[in-house]
Design a binder for this molecule. Structure first.
Ligand SMILES: O=C(O)CCC(=O)C(=O)O
Ligand SMILES: [Fe+2]
Length: 314
């Protein structure tokens, strides 16, 4: 029995100062992105555009938020599942999360902040908004690179304009045991691109195509970029949307923040003709993401191995 090196996600550096569309640097990184997304659907991104003080402030804000009394947290309600406050679920007792819709838009974040803190909390709203806005730049760089990789430049404006940003922030209590406990069950994301940022407590695991769980151990400067099923469908299967889960040990709480680019209601996700041919038959009929989510959260949707296939598979 040989010693096996644990699998690791690819690391891609977006910190180069001359990372501009058309530059050699850009094309180099673009190739790495395409390869990582075909193989893993996920990679670790070094991205230094978010100042250190903001990266540190985000965890203070998360702690302050989750320390609020339950009566305050449940005031954040949403008609979309997982966009409001989620917690106290018996299946995942360690997990708690709060969604901030349109987290890059000041007025939206301020309105939610006032719901949670009627007296206001400008440091919270500023931190959440700035973090989301600055991180959305990485989402846009990655998506621009993906579209270029598949020669889909002509869809760039439509694609970029078809999404909103949801910031979902998470707290996983430490289970205070030595054995590992489930923090968040295995799932694929349903959106376009997800970018995760976490405190020093690891726990995220991503399933490789070969069926092995990869422990994600990002550095302090790193973000984890992951493909969701809506992008997988739009690209007619050209990139992978990986299963992932959170497993917790020890007594320290894990805080994480995920910036999700989410297709707008009413926008029909339809694979471009350029990506459909004999070798690549159409995988999914055109669909509305919000209608798909509606199905995903029904009993049939939760039971299905692939809710998307059941909902609109060809
Ligand atoms: O907390 C994490 O790192 C992962 C969260 C996640 O997978 C999700 O919210 O979809
Ligand atoms: Fe996820």
């Amino acid at each position: 029995m040989g010693f096996q090196t644990p699998l690791k996600l690819p690391v891609i550096d977006f910190s180069k100062p001359d990372l501009k569309p058309g530059s050699n640097e850009w094309d180099l990184v673009k190739g790495q992105v395409q390869q990582a997304l075909q193989e893993y659907g996920c990679f670790e991104a070094l991205f230094d555009k978010i100042p250190l003080h903001l990266r540190e402030a985000i965890f203070g804000s998360l702690q302050e938020l989750f320390d609020l009394p339950l009566q305050a947290k449940i005031r954040n309600v949403s008609n979309k599942p997982y966009h409001g406050y989620v917690g106290q679920y018996p299946q995942v007792p360690l997990y708690e999360s709060m969604g901030v819709d349109d987290a890059n838009i000041t007025e939206k974040v301020e309105a939610l902040t006032t719901t949670l803190w009627p007296q206001g909390n400008s440091s919270f709203s500023n931190t959440i908004q700035s973090f989301s806005e600055q991180l959305s730049e990485l989402d846009q760089i990655v998506r621009r690179m993906i579209l270029e990789s598949f020669d889909l430049e002509k869809y760039m404006d439509e694609h970029m304009g078809s999404t909103n940003y949801l910031l979902r922030v998470m707290k996983y209590k430490g289970p205070k045991t030595t054995e590992t406990k489930l923090g968040l069950h295995s799932h694929t994301d349903k959106n376009i691109v997800t970018i995760l940022y976490q405190n020093e407590v690891d726990g995220l695991e991503v399933l490789s195509k070969e069926g092995e769980w990869i422990n994600v151990k990002p550095s302090k400067q790193s973000f984890t970029v992951m493909i969701g099923e809506s992008l997988y469908a739009w690209l007619n299967g050209r990139v992978h949307a990986p299963y992932h889960r959170v497993m917790m040990t020890g007594d320290k709480a894990r805080y994480s923040a995920g910036l999700f680019s989410v297709p707008k209601a009413g926008y029909i996700i339809k694979a471009p003709d350029e990506l459909v041919d004999e070798a690549h038959p159409l995988l999914f009929k055109p669909f509305d993401h919000v209608e798909f989510l509606g199905f995903y959260y029904t009993e049939a949707g939760q039971k299905a191995e692939s809710a998307l296939k059941v909902f609109c598979g060809v």
